[in-house]
Ligand binder design. Structure first.
Ligand code: GDP
Ligand code: MG
Length: 439
C-alpha cells in the first residue's frame, strides 16, 4: 500500500521538481566523479553550478529520484558541451592541396597520429604525403618513415636540412609537383612550452598556410593539457584537438576541460599504438566514461521510455480508488522533506493552492503532525473514522499537543483526501499529469 501511495502522492504532488536540496547528494557525487576523471577543478565548479541552475524546477520522472535524474541531465550537458556530433576535418576539395599541421608536446602522440590520420585519409581516397618536420628528436624522422611504410604512404624528408621552416617550404613544392592533395606535417614538441618552439611553429604555419591545425593531447596528462592547449591556441591557433591514449585507463576528463576552456572541437581519439587505432570522436561514449555513472543514466533513459499513456491511465485509476490513510499521510512528510520546497510542490498541483495553503504545511507543522500521527494506534492510522473524542484526547496527550490541534490535523487530512479525488478527475490536472509523466 505504501509503495502504491508513494507513487500516487508523488504524481499528485508532481513530486519532485528538481531543487538544489533534493539533488545535493548527487551533486557531490558528480563533482567527485568529474574530479576523479581529471576534469579541471574550475571547469567542474562552473559546469555543475550552471547545470543546477538550468535543471531547477524540472519535473522528475516516475521511477527515478531527483538525484538520478540530475545525473542524466549532467550527462546530456556533457554530451552537448563536447559537441553533438563528430566534427570532420575541413579540407579543400581533391584538386587543391590541403595541409594539416600537427602540434603538441613531446610524447603526446603527434608522429603516431600523423600516420594514423594519413591512413584514414588515404582510405577516403586522398593522396597523402607525410612530412617529417621534427628535426629535434634524433629518431623522429626514422620513426615517421617506419610508420609511413606500415601505412604505405610516402614520407617527405631532407637529410641535410636543419630548419623545419625551410623543409616545410620544400615539402609543399614537392607535394604540388607530385600532385598530392593532402600534406600531414609532423612537427617537434618539447617537454614543456618554450618561446623558441612557439616561434618556430608560428613560422611553419605561415609557410604552410594549413587548413587544419590539430593540437595533439595525451589524455592522461589531464589538467596540464588544458594550459598547454590554451597557449597553443593563443599563439598559433588550434582548429581541433586529437586526444591520444584513450585506451589507457584514463577516464578522459581532459576532453571536457579542453573543450570547455578552448572551445575547440575534439576531432579524433587515439585508442592504441597501431595505425588503425584512431576513432572519430563520439561525445556520448566519452561523456559516459567521464561521468562513470552509465547505470544511472540508462536507468533514467529507461524510465523516460517506459512511461506511456497506458501507465498514466492506470495511475489515474489507482488515484481515484486509492485508500489514502493517515499512515500514508505520515509517509508523505518524509517525501515532502526530500522534495525541498513545499511551494514548488503546490505549484505542481492545479487547484491545490486553494485547497492547502503554503503555511498549512511548514516544517514545524509537519513535525507536530508527525508526532500526532505517531501517537495513534495502527488501527487508527488505517481508519481515521474511528477516531472519536476520547481517542482524540488520548492522542493529544500522547503527542504533547492540544485536542484542537488533533482536530485540525484530521480535518486537513480529510480535505487532502477529498482533493486527491477531485483533482484526479480534473481534465486540467490530467493534462498536467501526462506532462509530468513525460507523455
Ligand atoms: P610525439 O612525440 O608527439 O610524436 O609522440 P609519438 O607519436 O612518438 O608517441 C609517443 C608514444 O605514445 C609512442 O610510444 C606511441 O606509440 C604512443 N602512442 C601514441 N598514441 C597512442 C594511443 O592512442 N594509444 C597508445 N596506447 N599509445 C599511443
Ligand atoms: Mg614525434
Amino acid at each position: 500500500i505504501s509503495d502504491k501511495f508513494s507513487d500516487i502522492f508523488r504524481q499528485l504532488s508532481g513530486k519532485a521538481t528538481i531543487s538544489e536540496k533534493n539533488i545535493q547528494d548527487a551533486v557531490e557525487e558528480i563533482k567527485v566523479a568529474l574530479l576523479e576523471a581529471d576534469v579541471n577543478l574550475r571547469v567542474v565548479r562552473r559546469f555543475v553550478n550552471r547545470t543546477i541552475e538550468e535543471a531547477k524546477g524540472e519535473a522528475v520522472l516516475k521511477a527515478v529520484n531527483p538525484g538520478q535524474q540530475f545525473v542524466k541531465i549532467v550527462n546530456d550537458k556533457i554530451v552537448q558541451l563536447l559537441g553533438d556530433e563528430h566534427q570532420d576535418l575541413e579540407l579543400k576539395g581533391p584538386d587543391a592541396l590541403s595541409s594539416i599541421l600537427m602540434m603538441g608536446l613531446q610524447g603526446s602522440g603527434k608522429t603516431t597520429t600523423s600516420a594514423k590520420l594519413g591512413l584514414r585519409l588515404k582510405k577516403e581516397g586522398r593522396r597523402v604525403l607525410l612530412v617529417a618536420a621534427d628535426l629535434v628528436r634524433p629518431a623522429a624522422v626514422d620513426q615517421l618513415k617506419v610508420l609511413g611504410k606500415q601505412v604505405d604512404l610516402e614520407v617527405f624528408s631532407l637529410e641535410k636540412e636543419k630548419d623545419p621552416v625551410k623543409l616545410v617550404g620544400e615539402a609543399k613544392k614537392y607535394a604540388i609537383k607530385s600532385s598530392f592533395n593532402t600534406m600531414i606535417v609532423d612537427t617537434s614538441g618539447r617537454l614543456h612550452l618554450d618561446e623558441e618552439m612557439m616561434k618556430q611553429i608560428v613560422d611553419i604555419k605561415r609557410v604552410l598556410d594549413p587548413q587544419e591545425q590539430l593540437f595533439v593531447a595525451d589524455s592522461m596528462t589531464g589538467q596540464e593539457a588544458v594550459t598547454i592547449a590554451k597557449s597553443f591556441d593563443e599563439q598559433v591557433g588550434i582548429s581541433g584537438v586529437v586526444l591520444t591514449k584513450f585506451d589507457s585507463d584514463t577516464r578522459g576528463g581532459a576532453a571536457l576541460s579542453l573543450k570547455s576552456v578552448t572551445g575547440k572541437p575534439i576531432k579524433y581519439v587515439g585508442v592504441g599504438e597501431k595505425p588503425e587505432d584512431l576513432d572519430p570522436f563520439y561525445p556520448e561514449r566519452i561523456a559516459s566514461r567521464i561521468l562513470g555513472m552509465g547505470d544511472v543514466v540508462s536507468l533514467v533513459e529507461k524510465a523516460q521510455e517506459t512511461i506511456d499513456l497506458e501507465e498514466a491511465a492506470a495511475l489515474q485509476e489507482k488515484m481515484i480508488s486509492a485508500t489514502f490513510t493517515l499512515e500514508d499521510y505520515l509517509e508523505s512528510f518524509a517525501r515532502m522533506r526530500k522534495m525541498g520546497s513545499v511551494q514548488s510542490l503546490l505549484e505542481m498541483i492545479p487547484g491545490a493552492k486553494g485547497a492547502i495553503s503554503e503555511d498549512d504545511i511548514d516544517e514545524k507543522e509537519m513535525k507536530k503532525e508527525e508526532a500526532i500521527i505517531l501517537s495513534m494506534t495502527i488501527v487508527e492510522r488505517r481508519n481515521h473514522r474511528i477516531i472519536g473524542p476520547s481517542r482524540r484526547k488520548r492522542i493529544a496527550k500522547g503527542s504533547g499537543s492540544s485536542v484542537a490541534e488533533v482536530n485540525r490535523l484530521i480535518k486537513r487530512f480529510e480535505k487532502m483526501r477529498l482533493m486527491m479525488k477531485k483533482v484526479s478527475k480534473n481534465k486540467k490536472y490530467q493534462a498536467k499529469l501526462m506532462q509530468n509523466l513525460g507523455v
